[in-house]
Design a protein around this ligand. Structure first.
Ligand code: MG
Length: 154
């Protein structure tokens, strides 16, 4: 058994899409990023890679590589899963928290869970959401963050 932890942040600005767990979320502001800025998937990938001792997402998908521009983060997750499967690991469960002031994410959580469960081929995916009570960069609407913990079996 190996435990891993991941964290990711992106800026929020008007005129950009907000994609979380591979699901487009209607929002005034979206993430500014080299890839599609899916903080939830990025945190999950870092947790998975960390648990397997395989570095981090920036190592495998550098933001200096033009090939990663506007990259669909579902592809990052699929590649991450291939890396750990090749190393002899499988995901036991994943627990996550998204920090966002608005919009409310509750109506979208189930779709995110279904999307991620399908990709990971495991129903034990938990997605939680919280505001930061209008404090800090998340609370002021300037950014979004996500935390993920994962357990792998090898
Ligand atoms: Mg990121």
């Amino acid at each position: 058994m190996r435990i891993g932890f991941g964290y990711d942040v992106h800026r929020l600005e008007e005129g950009h899409d907000l994609i979380l767990g591979g699901v487009p979320v209607p929002s005034e502001k979206g993430t500014l990023a080299h890839s599609d800025g899916d903080v939830l998937i990025h945190a999950i990938c870092d947790a998975i890679l960390g648990a397997a001792g395989l570095g981090d997402i920036g190592h495998h998908f550098p933001d200096t590589d033009p090939a990663n521009k506007n990259l669909d983060s579902v592809k990052i997750l699929q590649h991450t899963l291939k890396l750990i499967h090749d190393a002899g690991y499988r995901v036991i469960n994943i627990d996550t928290t998204i920090c966002l002031q608005k919009p409310k994410l509750a109506p979208h959580i189930e779709e995110m869970k279904q999307q991620l469960s399908r990709i990971i081929q495991n129903d034990a995916v938990s997605i939680k959401a919280t505001t930061t009570e209008k404090m800090g960069f998340v609370g002021e609407g300037r950014g979004i963050s996500a935390y993920a913990a994962v357990l792998l079996e090898g």
